[in-house]
Design a protein around this ligand. Structure first.
Ligand code: ATP
Ligand code: MG
Ligand code: MG
Length: 406
């Protein structure tokens, strides 16, 4: 992290493009986690400069960014100061100070995607209201303000009942399941009570979870990545298989729903659309992320244009790249935090060492200074001839240490 770089030239819209490589604009990213880090990796190949704003001195993106401003992406004055140094502002998290982004847009600062999009998405209830207005299929949902309303929702939707925080949710933190009416009040307590805003969703009896990364360029061109299957454990993404093994009709439907959902939002960039496939062949939208996403990490090795390169192309106004797969299949396996501290790091590093023995495997380590249980520490992507072959290779990688089963 350094603040000594000469960055204010980025504000001169007519400056010589050779100064900043492919793009005249320095890309400012709110957030410096693993997504910001992988954006920096993609940027370096294209001679695009990325600055990140993150409160943590040692955040994953810090070492690879052109510049790192240490500060909160949820603080108005900090975001304003950061924005002045960048040619275009984007995000690696939706949990940013959106009122400031709206203000900056009015002052002519370029935010991609648009602040209006981030406002809708960062409140999952508002997001659901928005998509239902656009006729996107969703699990039924309703706002809850007290226990009485929650009980009524339970009677209407049945159990298990999914209770969700409207805001600040990620990796399942913010979700609680009540298996019966008796569990409602403890589930609500787990989410910190009604104070911060809760809503309920009818349980989606899915047979698979799917995801589609959708890219929109500044010229409004839209391209979809191949539909993948995401496998979650305890509400957190555990593995991704690409492409998904479902009939063509389902892939088409998933693509259509994703395309329609993103068409209803404003701004350039990549978006992730999380979907449920139900037994009767319906596709329901779970949620959208206005940024690169865990379900698209495999694209680094498996697609002609990775989701990170695509996001940068989109926000700076370069032509979108080819999102199709250049390998028949890919599996992405998340390295989630185990024990706190040293023992946890040892397990993760052993898995990486084993990954290096697997043909077609690539390890990604995010360089987080602290390990917490279920925290995303890194991932491994396997590419090869078929998902079946890759499942066998992954199994051999996970053979011991509680990693014998998938
Ligand atoms: P992310 O890290 O993707 O932002 P999140 O914290 O926002 O996750 P959700 O995507 O809302 O959480 O839910 C996490 C997981 O919980 C889903 O991927 C799915 O497995 C399960 N889930 C969510 N909503 C429902 C539902 N209505 N019915 C059944 N399962 C659900
Ligand atoms: Mg989410
Ligand atoms: Mg999700």
């Amino acid at each position: 992290s350094c603040d000594s770089h000469e960055t204010d030239s980025s504000h001169r819209k007519d400056d010589d493009s050779s100064v900043h490589g492919l793009s005249k604009k320095i890309v400012g990213v709110l957030g410096g986690g693993q997504l910001g880090r992988m954006l920096c990796q993609a940027a370096s190949k294209m001679a695009i400069k990325v600055m990140v704003l993150d409160p943590s001195e040692n955040c994953p993106a810090s070492a690879l960014a052109y510049d790192h401003m240490v500060g909160s992406f949820d603080d108005s004055a900090t975001v304003e100061e950061f924005a002045k140094r960048c040619g275009v502002l984007t995000v690696e998290t939706e949990h940013v100070d959106v009122a400031t982004l709206e203000k900056l847009e009015q002052q002519g600062i370029d935010c991609e995607p648009k602040a209006s999009t981030i406002r809708i998405i960062q409140d999952k209830y508002l997001q659901k209201v928005h998509f239902s207005r656009y006729g996107i299929p969703l699990p039924e949902f309703m706002e809850i303000n007290n226990l009485e309303e929650t009980k009524r929702a339970g009677e209407l939707y049945g159990y298990p009942l999914m209770i969700k925080s409207k805001r600040l949710a990620y990796d399942g933190r913010g979700n609680a399941v009540a298996k019966s009416e008796g569990e409602l009040s403890s589930a609500i307590d787990v989410l910190g009570g009604f104070g911060h805003g809760l809503y309920v969703e009818k349980w989606a009896p899915f047979i698979k979870e799917l995801a589609v990364i959708v890219a929109r360029g500044r010229d409004n061109s839209i391209l979809c990545y191949p539909v993948v299957e995401t496998i979650h454990k305890e509400n957190i993404c555990h593995m991704v298989k690409a492409p998904v093994d479902v009939p063509w009709r389902i892939r088409k439907l998933a693509n259509d729903v994703a395309y329609k959902a993103i068409s209803s939002l404003e701004g350039a960039g990549v978006f992730a659309v999380e979907l449920f496939l139900t037994r009767d062949g319906q596709i329901l939208l779970n949620e959208v992320a206005p940024r690169p996403h865990n379900s698209g990490h495999h694209t680094i090795e498996s697609c002609y244009t990775s989701q990170f390169e695509q996001h940068l192309r989109a926000v700076v106004g370069l032509p979108l790249g080819d999102p199709s797969m250049k390998t028949p299949a890919a599996i992405m396996y998340n390295l989630l935090g185990e024990d706190e501290g040293e023992p946890g790091f040892k397990v993760a590093h052993q898995l990486i060492a084993r990954a290096l023995e697997i043909p077609g495997a690539t390890a990604h380590w995010y360089d987080k200074t602290e390990m917490r249980r279920q925290r995303k520490m890194g991932h491994v992507t396997l590419v090869g001839p078929s998902v079946g072959v890759l499942e066998a290779r992954l199994k051999s990688m996970l053979r011991e240490e509680g990693y014998e089963n998938l």
